[in-house]
Design a binder for this molecule. Sequence first.
Ligand SMILES: *Cc1c(COP(=O)(O)O)cnc(C)c1O
Length: 372
Amino acid sequence: MERIQANRLDRGFFKYQNEFEEKALHVLRSGWYVLGNEVKMFEEEYAAYVGAKYCVGVGNGLDALWMAFRVLGIGKGDEVLVQGNTYIASVMGITMNGATPIFIEPNQYFNIDTTKLEEKITEKTKAILVVHLYGQASKMDDIAALCKKHNLRLVEDCAQSHGATYQDQVTGTFGDIGCFSFYPSKNIGAFGDGGAIVTNDEQIAADMRVLRNYGSEKRYYNKIIGTNSRLDEIQAGLLRIRLAHADELMQEKQTIAARYLEEIHNPLIGLPQIQKGATHIYHQFVIRCERRDELQQYLDQKEIGTIIHYPIPPHMAEGYQYLGHHEGDFPITECCAREVLSIPMYNGMTDEEQTRVIEALNAFGQKQEDIS
Ligand SMILES: *Cc1c(COP(=O)(O)O)cnc(C)c1O
C-alpha cells in the first residue's frame, strides 16, 4: 500500500504542468530574472485578488513580516501583541526589529482570543500581529475596533490564509499591512521561496519597495540602509499561474475538508471549528486528540503521514528563553502544542486517499483495533 504523505507538492505541480513549464521556459529565455515584468504583473494581480491597492513582492514570508514592522517604525522598546500558538516566524518578524512579543492565548479556533487582548495593552504596545492560523480568518471586527480605540498598528500574518475572508473581506486588508508567504507548501505556493506585503497606503508600499532593494529608489542612490529581499521573475511567473487557479485550488481543499468534517466520527478526535463570519482555506486540517502521540504513531503504522504544527510554542523555544517565559505561563497554547495533529490535506489528493485517512481515524481507539 502506497504511503499517504502529509503533503504532496508534486500533485500541485502536475495539475498544471504544461502551464508551469511553459512559463518557466518563457522567463528563462527572456534574459530578465529579477524584478521585471512578471513581478510587476504578479503584484498587480495579487493586489486585485485580495482587494488591496498595492502589493510588493519580497523574498519570503519572514522578510514580509520584519520589513512590515521596520517600515512602521516599530522596534526596540515597543511591544507587539501576538498569539502564543503560532509559527516561530511570526515572532521573529517582531523580534528582528528589537521589539518585544507579548503572547496572547488562542481561542477554540486556534486564533488569537480577542477577549484577552485589551488587558495586555500598555503604553509600550504599538501593534497587534494577527495570525490567521491554519487558514482560518481571525475575528477581525473585534481586532480592528481595538486597534482604532488604542491607536495601534495592525499587521496580519497571512502566510497560511491566502484568500480566506472575514465578513467577506479578504485577510491581509484589515489593517496597515498584510504579510504573505509563498513558500511551496502554502496554499498559493511558489517553487522556491517567495513573499509579499499588501497595503492600501501608498507611502508604505513605496517604503517597502525601497527597503527590499538596498534602500534605493534610483539605482546606486541609497536613501536608507535597506536589504535584499526581491521576488524573482521565475517565481512571480509561476505564482501568476497558481493565482489564476486560486479559486479552484481553494475549492478543492474545502471539498476535502467538508468530507473530513462529515465523515470523521471518533469521540477521541476533535475536528476544526469555524468562527461565525470566517472562512477557512485549510492550509492545514488540524485535529485535536489527548492521545495525540499515540494517534500519530498509529497513523504512521497505517502508512499515513501527519505533522505537528507546532510541537514547541515560541515562548518555549530555546532561542526565546531570553524573554523569560516558563512552562505553564500559557496553558492553552501549551495544550494546543500537546494535542494538535495535521492530517493529510493537499491539492490532488484522491478520493481513495481521503477514504483511507477517514477510515483509519474512525478506527482509532476502537476495540477491534486493539485486538488486531
Ligand atoms: C510560513 C510562515 C511564515 C514564514 O514564511 P516563509 O516564507 O517561510 O519565510 C510566517 N508565518 C506563518 C504563520 C507561516 O506559516
